[in-house]
Design a protein around this ligand. Sequence first.
Ligand SMILES: NCc1[nH]cc(CCC(=O)O)c1CC(=O)O
Length: 312
Amino acid sequence: MTSPSYTPDRPLRLGTRGSPLALAQARMTAEALCARHGWDADAIATVVVQTSGDRIQDRALAEIGGKALWTKELDRALIEGQIDFAVHSMKDVETIRPAEITIAAMLPRADVRDRLVGAESFDALPDNPVVGSSSPRRAAQVKRLRPDARVVLFRGNVATRLAKLAAGEVHATLLAAAGLDRLGQPDVGACIPLDVMLPAPSQGAVGIETLSGNAEMRALLAGINDVDTFDCVTAERAVLKGLGGTCHSPIAALGRLEDGGIRLAAEILSPDGRERVEDVRIISRGDSAAAEALGRSLLERASAELRALFEA
Ligand SMILES: NCc1[nH]cc(CCC(=O)O)c1CC(=O)O
């Protein structure tokens, strides 16, 4: 390791939610920064910030204000100078961010797939299965695969959801493989192939934000940025933007590197899963306009009812 270019004279304050998954991702981020810059572990201090999303557990996120509930308290802590950077699951970060805040880096992406927990496959579920999920995307995808399924609201952190499943509240639930892996539970559930279920935009990616005006912090974070993850996730987020930015409707998107560009797949569904509009295109890295256009093209081909969901 060469000598560090910059050694903080006080610990850098890393802001994070307090859930076990958030803390695991915060630890991964701190370790990556210390390894990259040759710092001791005490160069970074973890500041836990409780978010509205953590506090409100009995209602679907879409109903009470969406993804901002995971970020707004951390945004405020950044803007008020209580933390130097914030670590998020990119899946929980809104498409449009305040101008003062920049996504400065992403860690290498984990497994992007969802896992079905409680059954080996959708076919193996009993008749009229009850599936727990509060994600509009997963609910619509489940109903498309199993029109006899009933999807019930299921919130709480990963451990809470697994406990509800074990208690028999539902036949099955869906969880991101990335979250389970990072929590040390790689054997829970069966991975769903990507051609059966396309994941949420940004699934499996950890992002790090700082103030747009903090050039020093941006440079330190750039040192741990995984460019491949950053480009693919940025394309997926641009699809969301093309679909109207802050919507709470069933949307899936996945970008993967292919032939020097990004193979970008996306779909929108009606809540009952009966209608699905999908598209796949190869776009150039960094071509957000092409990714946004893919999102818009889905809407153009959707029925009036489905389009109305996105215009609301
Ligand atoms: N608030 C839900 C959320 N946000 C990020 C993850 C998992 C990690 C990821 O997808 O990156 C989860 C749980 C889940 O979907 O199972």
